[in-house]
Design a protein around this ligand. Structure first.
Ligand code: HEM
Ligand code: HEM
Length: 186
């Protein structure tokens, strides 16, 4: 059978799993309450957990931009027969996940910039003043650190729900939805 009808193309699959691993690792390695510690004057460059969190988070942003470019030109994704409500909820979940994959890193840049914290990345990279967000009037709109933490929790819950749905497809409905994102059998 033509694999285009059963599987996502290899690049979409690779980018999906790399992104999933990076999001989960950024969340797990995300140190609790480090926003508060930075408010109290902690230099984030002195904490490996913060540097790793920010580096993984920016990797998610870069992978997502690459995926969105690929989405515009890639081969058609596989289609499965399922009720309209199921198609619609899959579409809505994917749409929200795409939005969150962008909104989580953007809110982090807003938090760092508006609160005057540096961006600190692996390899000793440090940017003290972030373009656009530093000292901007966006600071008055929200507590971006709070917003970022909340969106970080939401993306984890939603991707958990999305993973459960994929497993239900595999175990109960026995269709090829989960397999379409997994490596092809030779
Ligand atoms: C998918 C990627 C990411 C996820 C899932 C995520 C998740 C989280 C969560 C759950 C928190 C709250 C931690 C707590 O205090 O309990 C947090 C805080 C924070 N994250 Fe991320 N994050 C991501 C990407 C990023 C990026 C790209 C950056 C910076 C470039 C970043 C910088 C921060 C900062 C500075 C805080 C502290 C915010 C504050 O309270 O002022 N994160 N993140
Ligand atoms: C943070 C974790 C995750 C995120 C952000 C995420 C996000 C996404 C996105 C945006 C898509 C659409 C992909 C595209 O069109 O190229 C997708 C598809 C898919 N994901 Fe995930 N995912 C995550 C974790 C998982 C996990 C753990 C599983 C399985 C247990 C999974 C199974 C699937 C499957 C089977 C599809 C194809 C579904 C379909 O076409 O209806 N994902 N995911």
């Amino acid at each position: 059978m033509n694999t285009a009808h059963t599987h996502y193309d290899p690049l979409s699959r690779a980018l999906h799993w790399l992104t999933a691993i990076a999001v989960i690792a950024a969340f797990i390695l995300g140190p609790e309450h480090f926003g508060r510690e930075m408010h109290q004057g902690l230099d984030p460059a002195t904490r490996l957990d913060i540097v790793v969190h920010e580096s993984l988070g920016l990797l998610v942003a870069a992978l997502t931009l690459l995926r969105l470019l690929w989405l515009a030109v890639r081969p058609a994704k596989p289609q499965f027969d399922m009720p309209a409500w199921m198609q619609l909820s899959a579409k809505a979940t994917h749409g929200l996940l795409w939005l969150l994959l962008l909104a989580v890193p953007v809110s982090a840049m807003l938090a760092l910039g508006t609160e005057g914290h540096p961006l600190t990345l692996l390899g000793g990279i440090r940017i003290d003043e972030l373009p656009i967000t530093a000292n901007s009037s966006l600071a008055s709109l929200a507590d971006w650190g709070e917003v970022h933490g909340l969106l970080g929790d939401v993306i984890l819950w939603l991707s958990g729900l999305h993973a459960v749905a994929a497993i239900v497809h595999h175990v109960a409905l026995k269709d090829g939805v989960l397999r379409s994102m997994l490596p092809q059998r030779r």
